[in-house]
Design a protein around this ligand. Structure first.
Ligand code: 6PG
Length: 245
């Protein structure tokens, strides 16, 4: 893998427009070739505008939604209507607009009391929809990730157990910093994707971003540095306020 591409945008709106264009381009390419298009969506606040754009013209009209399958990168262990739920955010921004067929959105049931069962169930769902890849890992066409000021990505937080997962596709992960459980896709799944795009906004992430992108910095200090698609590419879409400081 070469150096990641870094694209800097003056504001979140431009960043979100370009991310939506890339989604549209990749979806149309895959679907024209006769495949489904499978993308995984992060939660948090940064991608909300992107999801709203995908649900609005012109993007909504140009995306062949019937062949698009959407997965979650991670989920907080709360009910789907809880204010912290990533599903709730994606639902409000995108799913509620009625474009994505219900069967094409694959929700992590992180509210289940048996978190291991919920993780297994989600891995089975990935396996059901995505064709087996030679590597043995599911191959998502596109993954949108975020990054926290501590360098976490997905729900892979510094020091947490899930960082060491080598075999499972989806795991429950206790996040000591938040005193809360999450369910998350694991590094091997994220690194099996064809394309990963980080969406990063906010001046509070500037120093971490600088260190994450600094090739000479201590390798793998931050979880976000461990996103290196094996047969794919990674790009960083960064708001200028994050990049400049
Ligand atoms: C979540 C995420 C997480 C997120 C980062 C950045 O559930 O919170 O999927 O990894 O992408 O924390 O979040 P913001 O976009 O809110 O800064």
């Amino acid at each position: 893998m070469g150096r990641p591409e870094v694209r800097v945008f003056p504001n979140l709106e431009d960043l979100s427009q370009q991310a939506a264009s890339r989604f549209e381009e990749l979806a149309n390419r895959r679907i024209t070739e006769g495949h489904i298009f499978a993308a995984a969506l992060s939660g948090g606040s940064t991608p909300r505008q992107l999801y709203q754009l995908l649900a609005s013209p012109p993007f909504s009209d140009r995306i062949p939604w019937r062949s698009v399958h959407l997965f979650q990168v991670d989920e907080r262990c709360v009910a789907p209507d809880h204010p912290d739920s990533n599903y709730r955010m994606v639902h409000e921004a995108l799913l509620s607009k009625g474009l994505v067929p219900a069967l094409n959105f694959h929700r992590i049931a992180a509210e289940l009391p048996d978190r291991d069962a919920a993780a297994r169930q989600y891995a089975e769902e990935l396996a059901r929809i995505l064709k087996p890849h030679a590597s043995g890992w599911p191959r998502l066409d596109l993954v949108f990730l975020g990054m926290g000021p501590d360098g976490h990505t997905a729900s892979l937080f510094p020091g947490s157990a899930a960082l060491n997962e080598r075999s499972r596709w989806v795991v429950p992960n206790y996040v000591d910093q938040l005193k809360a459980w999450r369910l998350t896709l694991t590094f091997p799944v994220l690194n099996a994707a064809a394309e990963v795009i980080f969406l990063v906004a906010g001046a509070d992430k500037a120093e971490t971003l600088r260190r994450v992108l600094d090739a000479s910095s201590e390798a793998d200090q931050f979880p976000a540095q461990r996103i290196r698609p094996v047969e794919g590419q990674v790009s960083w879409y960064v708001e200028q306020a994050t990049r400049l400081l």
